[in-house]
Design a protein around this ligand. Structure first.
Ligand SMILES: Cc1cc2nc3c(=O)[nH]c(=O)nc-3n(C[C@H](O)[C@H](O)[C@H](O)COP(=O)(O)O)c2cc1C
Length: 319
């Protein structure tokens, strides 16, 4: 399998995942300048008119950076679109991305409709769809997506329940195209492990929450650094979809993390009411136990590269 051109020349096989509220232009610019895919959810640009401004400014900033650093590998921008009836902005946001020829669209929840896929393919863009099961992967592939993001157990935000070994193994049997794996990947060793399992890319979210450029409060950043896997709670209470959240924020909201009520899936919503839930209830994956500081994104990427190369050398020594 040959990877799509836009994914071929990254400095490390990493796609930074889109995170509601947390992924803003500063984080995306830093991710792309470090040579990996930088991403943000379209819904983070509020009001919706801001999406055009964000993309104009980001594309100009990255072009200027490339001009001054002609040898640097600058990663592509990806925009996340929530494909769900409660997302009233979808058509507008896809139009803006098409106008800006955003090279990668990451779709979540429902498989994208054919008109959306055609619009993105018309300028050479690709669509990666995020799934938590083989069945959803099959549906997305039938719809015509170009690649898959496999969200395994332990991922931050909305997460699946399957072991990454099981999920990658099953999906690889039916799909030879680009696969990104997510769920608690926070070190260079784990990026290499994702590739060893059969994925092409590590899809990393929570590790970027504890960087200088993430759009989160100091309390949130501190809670990430101080938490470990046992401090992460899996619940569908806050959005109707199961996800992983920091226990500390659930306690602060006056709830008992050990006895949370179960939510009604039909209440699933991605409107402005959800923003408050995500601001107060902090999403994070089980990889938090490996995050002990809040470096700049550039520093983090240098560290991940060093760890990745050391892990490769270590394995070669053992064979
Ligand atoms: C705070 C937070 C917000 C998130 N928001 C979104 C989102 O808006 N859209 C989306 O597709 N995924 C979202 N995710 C999921 C991530 O894209 C990704 O699947 C996950 O972070 C990967 O697992 P990791 O956090 O363990 O690295 C979010 C994750 C976190 C931690």
């Amino acid at each position: 399998m040959t990877l799509p051109a836009v994914l071929q020349d990254l400095s490390l096989p990493v796609i930074a995942s889109p995170m509601f509220i947390a992924s803003g232009p500063a984080l995306v610019a830093a991710q792309c300048k470090a040579g990996i895919v930088g991403s943000f959810p379209a819904l983070n640009a509020r009001p919706k008119e801001l999406l055009d401004t964000w993309l104009t400014d980001l594309q100009a900033e990255l072009a200027a950076y490339q001009a001054v650093n002609p040898g640097a590998r600058v990663g592509p921008i990806a925009v996340n679109q929530i494909v769900h009836q409660s997302n009233e902005r979808l058509e507008h946001d896809v139009d803006v991305c098409v106008r800006h020829k955003v090279p990668i669209i990451i779709s979540s929840l429902r498989a994208p409709p054919v008109e959306m896929l055609d619009a993105i393919h018309s300028y050479g863009g690709i669509v990666l769809h995020d799934v938590i099961s083989l069945r959803h992967a099959q549906k997305a592939l039938e719809a015509g997506v170009d690649g898959l993001v496999l969200v395994a157990s332990g991922a931050g935000g909305h997460a699946g329940t399957l072991s990454p070994f099981a999920l990658v193994g099953e999906v690889r049997r039916i799909f030879d195209g680009p696969i990104a794996l997510s769920g608690s990947i926070a070190t260079g060793d784990a990026i290499l492990a994702a590739q060893a399992m059969g994925a092409d890319f590590a899809y990393i979210g929570s590790r970027f929450l504890a960087t200088q450029e993430s759009n989160v409060t100091e309390e949130y950043r501190k809670a990430i650094i101080e938490s470990s896997a046992a401090d992460v709670v899996y619940t569908n209470l806050f959005t109707g979809v199961h996800g992983n959240y920091l226990k500390k924020s659930i306690l602060a909201a006056g709830l008992d993390p050990e006895n949370l009520p179960v939510s009604d899936k039909s209440k699933m919503s991605f409107d402005s009411g959800t923003a408050k839930a995500w601001r107060d209830i902090w999403g994070a994956g089980q990889g938090v136990g490996m995050m002990h500081d809040a470096p700049t994104t550039a520093e983090l990427l240098e560290r991940l590269k060093t760890e990745y190369n050391a892990a490769r050398a270590r394995l070669q020594l053992r064979t």
